[in-house]
Design a protein around this ligand. Structure first.
Ligand code: AR6
Length: 185
């Protein structure tokens, strides 16, 4: 589905984020920035070694103790169709009472902020934290869409945000949240 938020478009699609053409795709990374499973593995596999080289450099120079949850950094897109990869660390779900909503919002917000700072116009997100990190998808979808809405209403450099869901079930959940949050009643 497609929605208009201020001067931008929010698009929700089913697919593989490594195949998406955008100025940047977002990686659901972990604080090591050195790879893992899920989207992270898919991005490094398809994107090639340049992405990992830049991640290693960022660790050495800027984040020797690892990237804190909710932060975001940017690298090349390597061999991907996307020009850049924004790596963010979403929260691990521990029942929802350990600031998970605040941290998940921060992951979306800081990724968008980094994209604006780099003058990027199109950005694609996966469903951060809802795989290995076990964040319930319904709750996560509401946080994601509210964060994107609030950001786009405040800042108009970004023209298009895509959320790429990996299953029909996830796409249905995100579409439902978007209709609830973005459709005037
Ligand atoms: N395109 C789009 N979505 C995908 C793809 C893909 N190619 N592959 C998986 N998904 P996860 P997390 C979906 O586990 O929960 C990694 O090991 C997946 O179905 O990738 O934030 C990192 O290194 C799910 O809906 O990210 C971290 O250690 C969503 O992407 C940890 O997992 C997120 O699942 C991060 O966990």
């Amino acid at each position: 589905m497609e929605f208009t938020i201020a001067k931008a478009t929010l698009e929700l699609i089913k697919g593989d984020i490594t195949e998406v053409e955008a100025d940047a795709i977002v990686n659901a990374a972990n604080s090591t920035l050195l790879g893992g499973g899920g989207v992270d593995a898919a991005i490094h596999n398809r994107g090639g070694p340049k992405i990992l080289e830049e991640c290693k450099r960022l660790r050495e120079k800027e984040w020797p103790d690892g990237l804190p949850t909710g932060n975001a950094v940017i690298t090349t897109g390597g061999n991907l169709k996307a020009n850049h990869v924004i790596h963010t660390v979403g929260p691990i779900w521990h029942g929802g009472v350990h600031e998970e909503p605040k941290l998940l919002r921060r992951s979306y917000w800081n990724s968008l902020k980094l994209a604006s700072m780099k003058e990027l116009k199109t950005i694609a997100f996966p469903s951060i934290s809802t795989g290995s990190y076990n964040y319930p998808t319904e709750e996560a979808s509401i946080i994601a869409i509210k964060a994107i809405k609030d950001y786009l209403e405040k800042e108009d450099k970004i023209k298009k945000v895509t959320i790429v869901l990996f299953s029909n079930r996830d796409l249905d959940i995100y579409n439902k949240a978007a209709i609830e949050i973005l459709t005037a009643k």
